[in-house]
Design a protein around this ligand. Structure first.
Ligand code: SF4
Length: 259
C-alpha cells in the first residue's frame, strides 16, 4: 500500500472538506505512525509496536516555536485559516505534554488568528485521563472516532494495541460532551479470514444506540478514501452513507456525509 504520512510538525494550511482552511499540527513522529489503535483501514499504514517504545516527541516549547513562526508568517501574508487542527501520524493526545501544547496553541491563536478555531481529531482512547479531558474542554471542536456498534467489530476494525474495550470508549464518550462531534468510517470486507462489516443492520443498530446515548452535536460519516494497509476492504457507496445519516438525523442529531 502507499502510506500517507505527514512529514512536518506544522503542515498546510490545506483545504479540508471538514474543516475548511486548516493548519495542521502533527504531534507524532514525522516518518511513522504512533497510535493506540491499529485500524485496518489507516492511511498511515500499520502501527509498528517496536518503534513505539523508541519514540521521542518534540518538546512543547519546540512545537510552540514552530507554530508561532508559521502563524506569524501566514498572518503577514494574510492567509486565511479557519482551523488549527491537531491531526497527523496517529493519536495526538498520546503526546506527554498535550495539555501544555493546547494552552500554547490557544495563546498563539488569540494573538495571530483570534477568529480561527482549534480542532482535535482523536480516537477517544485517552479520554480516561482527566488532564486530556481538561485540555480538550478548552478547544472549539472535538472530533472523536466511534466506528463500531459491537465489541467484536471494534476489535476487528480498530484493533487497539493494548487491551481496550468498546464499552470503555463509549463510557468515556458518554462522560465527555464538550463540543463533541463523532466521526465514523463505514466499510466492508475481509481481513485474516474474518468478516469486516460495520454496515450490517445489526451493527448499525448498535452503533445508533451508542450515538443516541452520547448525543454528540454532530456525526460525520465517511468511507475509505485512500489506500489501506489491509487489502480486501471495500469503499461503501454514498447512498449507503446517506441512509445511515438519515437514521441519525431522525434522532435530532446533525450529520455530514463525506463521499
Ligand atoms: S485511530 Fe486514526 S491514526 Fe490511529 S490507527 Fe486508527 S485511523 Fe490510524
Amino acid at each position: 500500500m502507499t502510506t500517507f504520512l505527514f512529514h512536518e510538525t506544522i503542515f498546510g494550511p490545506i483545504h479540508s472538506r471538514r474543516l475548511g482552511s486548516s493548519l495542521g499540527v502533527n504531534l507524532l513522529p514525522n516518518n511513522y505512525k504512533h497510535c493506540t489503535f491499529n485500524c485496518i483501514y489507516c492511511e498511515c499504514g500499520w502501527t509498528d509496536l517496536e518503534k513505539h517504545s523508541n519514540t521521542t516527541f518534540l518538546t512543547s516549547n519546540e512545537i510552540a516555536t514552530q507554530l508561532e513562526n508559521k502563524l506569524k508568517e501566514l498572518s503577514t501574508k494574510k492567509v486565511i485559516i479557519d482551523n488549527i487542527t491537531f491531526a497527523g501520524n496517529g493519536e495526538p493526545t498520546i503526546h506527554p505534554h498535550f495539555s501544555e501544547i493546547i494552552n500554547d496553541t490557544i495563546r498563539l491563536r488569540n494573538i495571530y488568528y483570534p477568529k480561527s478555531e482549534i480542532a482535535v481529531l482523536s480516537n477517544a482512547s485517552m479520554l480516561h485521563k482527566p488532564s486530556i479531558i481538561e485540555a480538550l474542554k478548552k478547544i472549539d471542536s472535538n472530533i472523536q472516532k466511534l466506528d463500531c456498534g459491537s465489541e467484536e467489530m471494534f476489535q476487528r476494525i480498530n484493533k487497539p494495541i493494548k487491551k481496550m474495550l468498546l464499552s470503555d470508549i463509549v463510557k468515556q464518550l458518554l462522560n465527555f460532551t464538550s463540543n463533541l462531534t463523532i466521526q465514523t468510517l463505514f466499510l466492508r470486507g475481509e481481513y485474516q479470514g474474518q468478516i469486516i462489516d460495520n454496515t450490517s443492520d445489526k451493527e448499525v443498530e448498535l452503533w445508533l444506540s451508542h450515538i443516541n446515548a452520547i448525543k454528540p452535536a454532530m456525526v460525520m460519516l465517511y468511507p475509505i478514501a485512500r489506500s489501506t494497509p489491509a487489502s480486501n476492504l471495500e469503499k461503501i457507496t454514498i447512498d449507503e452513507l446517506n441512509k445511515i445519516a438519515n437514521q441519525v438525523e431522525k434522532m435530532g442529531i446533525k450529520t455530514q456525509v463525506y463521499p
